[in-house]
Write a protein that binds this ligand. Structure first.
Ligand SMILES: Cc1cc2nc3c(=O)[nH]c(=O)nc-3n(C[C@H](O)[C@H](O)[C@H](O)COP(=O)(O)O)c2cc1C
Length: 216
């Protein structure tokens, strides 16, 4: 693939939130996860885990718990200050119930050798505690999982599938982890809803000059 082909792939991918009923072959899903695991990741620790859910009742269950938490948040009096936006979020909270496939992305905590030193000192050394705070503000495990998810979304797009990266279900982290029976040392990072697209959404980006600075 030349750079133009790669550019077309990257720019052609859009988040898809409506899907055809058509079944997605397991081999495609497995291949996408396999390629995702070739993403860069902290220390090549590969602490990620993926659960592919095709069983309709299971997807429904996850959507229901997410909707129920979203309804609860929207019912709190503080939500009145952002009524319209909160309502929009609440209404869209569980659209992934219509996805033919839902992939749970999980990660175990990653501790680099430096983290181990910092953790051993954090209770009595202010500087070690501060550095650990920096590490925790941009967790390696989450960044690694994000690299895998990005890779997976591009693979799905190349396969003619349409996917969306969903972080809002994290509101129901505990419930989803229970539904999928994940071990207690694994944390839900996000869900990916995927299927054959039944929409062609358009999105733009700000010009790169607005977000880029060179220091030469
Ligand atoms: C970290 C992350 C979290 C996201 N969470 C959600 C979400 O909870 N619900 C949703 O509908 N889309 C979610 N998205 C998709 C974004 O809304 C989407 O990527 C963005 O609007 C740009 O559109 P595009 O992907 O079509 O280019 C998320 C994307 C990322 C990267």
């Amino acid at each position: 693939m030349n750079i133009q082909g790669l550019e077309n792939l990257i720019k052609g991918r859009r988040s898809v939130r409506q899907w055809k009923k058509q079944e997605v072959p397991n081999e495609l899903l497995k291949k996408a996860v396999e390629l995702a695991t070739w993403a860069p990741n902290g220390g090549n620790y590969q602490g990620w885990r993926f659960i592919i859910v095709k069983r309709k009742e299971m997807i429904e269950k996850m959507a229901n718990v997410v909707q129920s938490v979203a309804d609860k948040i929207a019912s709190w009096p503080e939500a009145l200050s952002w009524k319209e936006e909160v309502n929009r979020y609440r209404k869209n909270a569980s659209f992934f119930r219509n996805a033919p496939v839902c992939i749970g992305v999980f990660s175990g905590a990653y501790q680099s050798p430096m983290d181990k030193v910092l953790v051993a000192r954090e209770s009595f050394d202010r500087q070690a505690k501060e550095i650990l705070g920096f590490r925790r503000s941009a967790p390696t495990a989450v960044q690694s999982a994000a690299a895998a998810v990005t890779t997976m979304l591009l693979v799905f797009h190349q396969m003619g599938l349409g996917a969306v990266w969903l972080v809002s279900p994290i509101q129901a982290k505990k419930e989803i982890e229970a539904i999928l029976e994940v071990p207690s040392n694994m944390d839900l990072i996000c869900l990916i809803a995927v299927g054959y697209p039944d929409e062609s959404p358009q999105k733009d980006r700000r010009p790169v000059e607005e977000v880029l600075e060179f220091i030469l």
